[in-house]
Design a protein around this ligand. Structure first.
Ligand code: ATP
Ligand code: MG
Length: 224
């Protein structure tokens, strides 16, 4: 489903990614780990085409997304849900409106929007907060809204860059369990994290980055 072939991303003289290759199948759950600056976010940004590779190939499905024209990028992103460390919710708006935003932008009608938003909020356990303003929620709840927003359009892939970076251990574990549940329904999940404890507890595929290079790729792995 996602394949990097000798992919390099350079910023000036800095190699954010240096000749990285890996292959992720549909339905996998993968952690990307490594020190700050190792290249984790760079991998994710190439997948959702926030950045373009300097050389090498980035395949998403059968499409080499380096070749996409700018007007084809929205269509690519519609197949993905993206979760951010700082949540990136719309301030001053309700939980409902935050999750509905994507669907409204796609022209989905109000009845269908309501159905899908409530469905996504049910998955993350936030139905009772549907009319709350996002500022009224705890950090863990805000990230659950972020996840509801990511899954509301039924993506085949969810990308989460440090989704628990701003959360305490209990909320972090809850978010990871939620992502695991979503994975069990068939969605491919990619997560970058610094959290050793969670990675070691969950025993998923672990891809370790160091200075822009992929140094380890282990199934049922740990964060060494
Ligand atoms: N827009 C940019 N301009 C210049 N250098 C960049 C840019 N984005 C990333 N880099 C550099 O690329 C390297 C990899 O960065 P990246 O953000 O992928 O690391 P990371 O593993 O996500 O780190 P962290 O754990 O701190 O989030 C770093 O040396 C970083 O400084
Ligand atoms: Mg990062």
């Amino acid at each position: 489903m996602i394949k990097f072939i000798n992919t390099t991303k350079r910023y000036g003289n800095t190699y954010a990614l240096n000749n990285v290759s890996f292959d992720i199948e549909m339905g996998e759950f993968v952690f990307f780990v490594g020190a700050s600056g190792a290249g984790k976010s760079s991998i994710m940004k190439l997948i959702y085409r926030e950045e373009v590779a300097t050389s090498g190939t980035v395949l998403v499905g059968r499409v080499d997304i380096s070749q996409l024209k700018p007007d084809q990028v929205p269509k690519l992103r519609r197949r993905m849900g993206i979760v951010f460390q700082d949540f990136k919710l719309l301030p001053g708006q309700t939980v409902f409106d935050n999750v509905a935003y994507v669907l409204r932008a796609l022209g989905v009608g109000p009845t269908e929007t309501r159905k899908r938003v409530l469905g996504a909020l049910k998955v993350v356990g936030l139905i009772d907060k549907v009319d709350a303003f996002v500022e009224e929620l705890s950090g863990g709840e805000q990230q659950r809204v972020g996840i509801a927003r990511a899954i509301v359009n039924g993506p085949s892939l969810v990308i989460a860059d440090e989704p628990t970076g701003n959360l305490d251990p209990t909320n972090s574990m809850e978010i990871m369990n939620l992502l695991e549940q979503i994975n069990q329904r068939g969605t491919t999940i990619l997560i970058s994290t610094h959290n050793h404890q969670i990675v070691n507890q969950m025993r998923k595929r672990v891809i370790t980055m160091q200075n822009g290079e992929l140094i380890r790729d282990v199934h049922q792995g740990v964060y060494e």
